[in-house]
Design a protein around this ligand. Sequence first.
Ligand code: TYD
Length: 389
Amino acid sequence: MVPMLNMGSLPLANRLETLGSTSDKAYPLVVYYCHNCALIQLADLVPRNEMFTDYVYLTSASKTMTDHFNRYAETITQRLDLTTKDNVLDVGSNDGTLLKAFQRHGVKVLGIEPARNVASIAEAGGVPTLTEYFDLKLAKTLQKVRLVTANNILSHVGNLRDFLATVAQVLRHDGLFVFEVPWVADVLRNHSFDMIYHEHLSYFGLRSLARALQEAGLFLVDLEYYPSIHGGTFRGFASPSSKESSFVLREMSAREENEADFWALKEFSERVPKLAQHLRDILLGLKKEGKRIAGYGAPAKATILLNYCGIGRDILDYASDTTPLKQGKFIPGVGVPVVSPQLAQTKPPDYYLLLAWNFREEILAKEKEFIERGGRFVVPFPYPEVVDS
Ligand code: TYD
């Protein structure tokens, strides 16, 4: 493994600070490339209890994701012809958004979610949820199922080999493992370095992923691509019994050939510091003109973007976010306060830095009035720019 991009020491992305409990705790963030398995990954691991016990990310926080998971349940129910006799196991089930959609199709569900506060939201919504980590010990207590899903989970897993072996263990022979991960080719192409944070241990391309699955006796057989989910996501379908790969999978693997390799990562690593400086310069220029700037959204990504670029309270008045769990807290490291959109509306800025850039379409549509009144958005990726549409 070789170190490729050293982002310095940064705070944990989802660890929002409260008034009484500000902490300057920062952890090294260095991206490595493995010449053996082609996996782009972190090697400085933070204990998982520090990251996943109390969690502020909620799947249901955007219409884009709720719609996405509703369609997900519908298409997979059809694809596998799931009935009331079938069980779906969702690993990292968060607030139960996906499982609720499966329940509406009459399928039996079980969620696995180690973050207690988030799991209890799912339970309160009628989604049975185990507050556990998904491992072989837990698998022994579970029934075998037709479908295991894991969305935006594989990147978070410390021991990928054990995790995939556990999936294989609970999957029926005729079952399917369906998962979503951000595609590293998109991260590199869009320069979205804020997708790199301590929780995300692996950055998958198809090659490295297929290889890891195969070690667990699972075969990547099909793929769907969602360019507007988390900046570019693929949904993989892995089978314990069939080895026949689809046309789309073969096409995408060929397309990825030069887009997620050592050289692509090297180019990305050279560009990132320059783009970060450019974004800061744009914002400082606006401040010099006397403009007021605020952040739009307080995603985990924002912690990385703001800390790495050196964008603090001298530049951003606040960050507005719809998630009640985040409001009243502060983005770690930079101390930017998170406020509700209602509060933001009482003191709107001239410019919003689009921190939740992955919801660009949804947000710009929602903020038509702000734009019509002369407000503008600064979009950080793929190149920092000011936009009004
Ligand atoms: P997201 O990009 O989904 O996640 P991550 O934490 O993995 O980077 O987070 C988006 C955040 O933006 C989430 O806290 C909800 C917030 N948000 C708004 O405040 N307003 C909106 O209109 C949308 C779509 C999201």
